[in-house]
Design a protein around this ligand. Structure first.
Ligand code: GBH
Length: 507
């Protein structure tokens, strides 16, 4: 009797395991990798490229980068089109997401003069990818604003919306015949909070109380203008889609108390709701509790008006609904408390405005980047939350990845653990009916990791930055990712033979 029960249980357990293992990524689900222009291209002043804010800050203020490095050469992708596409073919990628350097295409930032040599680099890359059926997904802006536009205020100047629209028109007309997936902005929060409100991204404005909010408003208007431009002038002919990518951390209440749940809601509104709500919610506009809170805090600190600029009725309606898909960059998350773990604030900022604490249990696997830990099931939590909150939009996970230290070399077992867990969470999301169309790992290869320079590595391929040729070598994770792409399932027991990387037939 006992044996039967045991056998029965064992059978149930095994079949649960094997059904789990057999869950497949649908054939039309796009699996790929992502990069960004300043982080990989190099050639910072070649063939007519203009200066951007990362050129400027790394050259004029080198000590802000941990290892005082810069992206002057980076992975030298500008001179490695064929090798970069060869790596995509080795992995068997369906899709490759990259960004365009605005000042490579428009050296001054303005659309009066187009640098054809810069456009040609992107043409060569796109054409090479298309030869092998790799779908391009392009971000128009991944943080490298032309320096001249910054000197005119950058995202603090409302005219940025016109400048961005002009730039987008050049891009859509030059590349849109072959590119069908467009992202206006990568991570508005990082542009606005980190760049204008704080010190962790160029232009390091540190305009804490007001900078974040001014930037948020202008960036949303720039996004909306580019979306309508595509919709009205290009979509019918080119047939593509245009969305935006927002970084979405997972936030969960530390306890089940009313206060912690309210604190979590406010934290979400301040981190990503400020960008997602105006575009994806039915009502549009900035999230309600945040509007009230910033108004209160502004008054408390003696500001004659709220620091969160109001959207006019016309602007609210203009921004609402301006995305064919929701791009989600997701890496990690936090537990949120109303009363515990709150920091001391030395200045008024978005953080002091909301004044909530965040916490992470020590059990969560820690990466080489202090901010990045493995929060279990966080992708599923984020995607199902956004699905319910914003009326079931189409999603792409446009970034997700893990940091190792340079010393780890090619044996990146923690990265493998992370990707397998993340991809199980992706399958859970698909099972839950999330309209998710693709997943992109960050990153195809090691690159310039912003303020962390070359001290944190995110690549499936290692890049040797001490060698002028910048050779790329697949890590163990590259072989595992390749097998997932080939088989469309996650085999947790797969041990790759890492001796030789090859290109499979059909790629
Ligand atoms: C992505 O942002 C970026 O899109 C990509 O360019 C980048 O390479 C990738 O992450 C890996 O970092 O320690 O205070 O400096 C993800 C969201 C928000 C994560 C800012 C890193 C740095 C905080 N990022 N955060 S800090």
């Amino acid at each position: 009797m006992k044996t039967f029960l045991l056998l029965g249980l064992l059978g149930a357990y095994c079949s649960a395991l094997s059904t789990k293992q057999q869950r497949r990524f649908p054939d039309d689900f796009l699996i790929g990798t992502a990069t960004a222009s300043y982080q990989i291209e190099g050639a910072w002043n070649e063939d007519g490229k203009g200066e951007n804010i990362w050129d400027y800050i790394t050259h004029n203020n080198p000590t802000v980068i941990v290892d005082e490095s810069n992206g002057d050469i980076a992975a030298d992708s500008y001179h490695n089109v064929e090798r970069d596409v060869e790596m995509m073919r080795e992995l068997g990628l369906d899709v490759y997401r990259f960004s365009l350097s605005w000042s490579r295409i428009l050296p001054s930032g303005f659309a009066n003069e187009v640098n054809e040599a810069g456009v040609d680099y992107y043409n060569r890359l796109i054409n090479e990818m298309l030869k092998y059926n790799i779908t391009p997904m392009i971000s128009l802006y991944h943080w490298d604003l032309p320096q001249k536009l910054q000197e005119l205020g950058g995202f603090a100047n409302p005219l940025i919306a016109d400048w961005f629209e002009d730039y987008a028109r050049v891009v859509f007309s030059k590349l849109g015949d072959r590119v069908k997936l467009w992202i206006t902005f990568n991570e508005p929060r990082e542009v606005c909070y980190e760049g204008y409100g704080f010190t962790t991204k160029a232009p390091i404005l540190n305009a804490t109380a007001v900078g974040t909010y001014m930037c948020a408003r202008n960036l949303l208007l720039a996004h909306a203008k580019a979306y309508y431009l595509y919709n009205n002038e290009f979509k019918t002919k080119q047939g593509g889609q245009c969305g935006i990518t927002i970084s979405v951390n997972s936030f969960k209440p530390l306890t089940d108390s009313e206060e912690d749940r309210a604190a979590t809601e406010l934290k979400q509104q301040a981190e990503w709701g400020i960008y997602a709500h105006p575009i994806f919610s039915q009502e549009g506009g900035f999230p309600k509790e945040l509007v009230v809170r910033v108004a209160e805090k502004s008054a408390e600190h003696g500001y004659p008006r709220t620091r969160l600029p109001q959207l006019s009725e016309e602007e609210r309606v203009l921004i609402r609904g301006t995305a064919d898909f929701f791009g989600v960059n997701h890496y990690t998350g936090y537990l949120v408390s109303a009363t515990r773990h709150t920091p001391e604030y030395s200045t008024v900022s978005l953080l002091s405005d909301i004044n909530v604490g965040t916490y992470r249990p020590v059990e969560w696997l820690q990466s080489a980047a202090s901010w990045l830990t493995l929060m279990p099931n966080s992708i599923y939590d984020v995607l199902t939350h956004l699905k319910n909150k914003y009326n079931d939009p189409i999603f792409y996970v446009t970034e997700n990845g893990w940091a190792t230290s340079p010393e780890i070399g090619l044996e990146d077992d923690d990265r493998i653990t992370y990707y397998r867990a993340a991809l199980e969470s992706i399958l859970d999301s698909l099972d839950a009916g999330v309209r998710l169309k693709g997943y992109m790992a960050w990153s195809l290869m090691d690159n310039f990791e912003w303020l962390a320079g070359y001290t944190e590595r995110f690549g499936l391929y290692e890049v040797d930055f001490s060698d002028p040729a910048r050779p790329r070598t697949p890590r163990k994770s590259a072989f595992v990712y390749k097998e997932i792409l080939r088989s469309r399932v996650i085999d947790h027991d797969y041990e790759p033979d890492t001796a030789v990387m090859t290109i499979d037939e059909g790629h």
